[in-house]
Design a protein around this ligand. Sequence first.
Ligand SMILES: Nc1ncnc2c1ncn2[C@@H]1O[C@H](COP(=O)(O)OP(=O)(O)OP(=O)(O)O)[C@@H](O)[C@H]1O
Length: 367
Amino acid sequence: MAITKEDILKALSYVEEPDLGKDLVTLNMIEDVEVNGKNISFTVILTTPACPLKDLIRNACVTAIHTMVDKEADVTVNMTSRVTSGRGDTSEVLVGVRNIIAVASGKGGVGKSTVTTNLAIALAQSGARVGLIDADISGPSIPTMFGVEQERPSMVQGDHGKNYILPVEKYGVKMMSIGFLTPADGAVVWRGPMASSALRQFISDVDWGELDYLLLDLPPGTSDIHLTMVQALPITGAVIVTTPQKVALADAVRGLQMFRQPQINVPVLGVVENMAYFTPAELPENKYYIFGEGGGKALADKYEIALLGQIPLVQSIRENGDEGTPEILQNDSPASGVFKELAQSVAQQVSLRNATMARTKPVEIKS
Ligand SMILES: Nc1ncnc2c1ncn2[C@@H]1O[C@H](COP(=O)(O)OP(=O)(O)OP(=O)(O)O)[C@@H](O)[C@H]1O
């Protein structure tokens, strides 16, 4: 009997999306089914190009067709993605942006900007459209890490005569930094209200275009800037960066609790443990837990959030950050693989959040 499109869909209705716990057909993830004799092709629409389960889902589809339709069928599975959005607002704010991810840390110097930089580039490398707002007024290091300290955003005139700022773009990431507004020697000290108004401009006057993920590198701690950003933006979720020491973990908890306050209520997507262990370049198999072991995991377990990644302390991460050539670009380095996996975990948590939780609206803080 000839194979039909219905046979294919029936077989694929037995393939489950492991994270979402429903089958691919129910989730509307199958399109363009074509049957030509024993040649079968279809497209699986993933919720992110950085999906870590891509190969698993592809293999499960092929197995389902071979088991339930025809064991000799020649199956072509095309994989593509349509990033889901966590937004529930109807505002005109950043209309083309699907997900806004805040990257925060309780303590300064734990590597928040390093993690944000590598995460942004890794997401862009997976095929996603990525933007980055460096809101860290205490020390905007994003321009250095991307090697664009000397660049300045340009202005363009929009359709209605309004001037727009075009973000600086490098390594596939569009970015705006508070550092672009100050002299390269960093001589300007940003006061809270001035910084808040500059950040509001990054949101209202920058032509970001269409983005799947917009990352926000927040200053360490909890401050007025945090409130400005959660008030101005419908944030999809927050990523907390910490190091394993007790003192850093305690501050990370404070950061986490800020997002969980009922009047803020931003879901925490997970925690990244940076400098989790030291690895010497010449002995990459050796791990030395110089700041203590298991702190990030214990925090993730206690607060029921994902441990998104454990980034090693390696000299090349610091060197490449200073050089403006982030570690993720060094294809042969083990740490670059760790950042790639981090991007997959973050994208996975965003997709899960969008599938299972209420959509986000900007926060209204009543005084
Ligand atoms: N995993 C790592 N291995 C080696 N060096 C690292 C690592 N992570 C960060 N660093 C280095 O530590 C320093 C601080 O990192 P970074 O500027 O990213 O921290 P931060 O938390 O954003 O700081 P701030 O408090 O200024 O916001 C930088 O010199 C960076 O290169």
